[in-house]
Design a protein around this ligand. Structure first.
Ligand code: PLP
Length: 255
């Protein structure tokens, strides 16, 4: 873990972190971050969208705030956009005034769509976790796959932190194909059941290439330094039957 230096947080209003990170699924130690940030007066805000409350509970590690995109796993039907902000302590009168004046309030239909999605949230997360773990292990066993990034793998570099902080590995995976950029482009052209589309957390499996989507604004040097190679593919594994996902992956990685 990168050390959050005291000098770096002494002037910060807050520390905002996302764990696991997108797209390399690296973990940040929430408890260690809180221990360094809070004494400097900086509250810690955790974006828990990728992990979900089913797999990771940031308040248990001392986080002050949790933010979620509700458009992803909480809603799961990929048919609305929204977010939520949660505080470990009660909201103060000042927070309520800011909320009222800035108007960050979800409309009735979108709120209802998330509540509908939440009714089967635990069931879906069990399926996402099962499929995510199985797909990561399957990818790892393929000679055409050079690297797999997934916290639930026993070979995962931050396995100890994973066990301490997360309950399951989730359904986001990134991997690199041995055939480089050509193989990655071919993979995206060929997938059928898995859709080539942005976003994550819905019931359908989705794949993107960060080089041409989330990270396209970076220079290639900065992107490679950040560990995002030309052949990196990010998968959001859905809840489809595993044999269908495997069949689609197999034909898409075959040369
Ligand atoms: C998608 C996403 C967001 C943004 O949410 P929207 O609902 O698309 O506005 C923020 N954080 C993470 C980790 C996300 O995956």
């Amino acid at each position: 873990m990168r050390i959050l230096r005291k000098a770096a947080v002494s002037w910060a209003g807050a520390v905002l972190l996302e764990t696991p990170s997108n797209p390399l699924l690296r973990l940040i130690d929430i408890e260690a971050t809180v221990a360094r940030a809070n004494p400097c007066g900086a509250p810690v805000i955790v974006d828990n969208t990728a992990a979900t409350p089913f797999n990771q509970r940031p308040f248990d590690f001392g986080a002050d705030w949790v933010v979620h995109s509700t458009s992803k796993y909480l809603n799961s039907h990929s048919d609305m956009i929204g977010g939520c902000l949660l505080r470990r302590d009660r909201l103060s009168a000042m927070h309520r005034t800011i909320h009222k004046n800035l108007g960050g309030t979800v409309n009735a239909l979108d709120a209802w769509l998330v509540l509908r999605g939440l009714r089967a949230f635990a069931l879906r997360m069990e399926a996402h976790n099962r499929n995510g773990q199985a797909v990561a292990e399957w990818l790892l066993s393929r000679p055409k796959v050079a690297r797999v990034h997934y916290p639930g793998l026993s070979s995962y570099p931050q396995a100890e932190l994973f066990r301490r902080q997360m309950k399951h590995g989730g359904a986001l995976i990134s991997f690199e194909l041995a055939g480089g950029e050509t193989a990655a482009c071919r993979f995206l052209d060929r997938i059928g059941l898995i859709l080539h589309a942005v976003s994550l957390g819905g019931m359908e499996s989705l794949a993107t290439r960060p080089e041409t989507s989330s990270h396209r604004g970076m220079t290639s040097e900065a992107r490679l330094r950040a560990g995002v190679s030309d052949s990196l593919i990010r998968l959001s594994v859905g809840v489809e039957a595993l044999e269908d996902i495997f069949a689609d992956l197999e034909q898409a990685i075959t040369e």
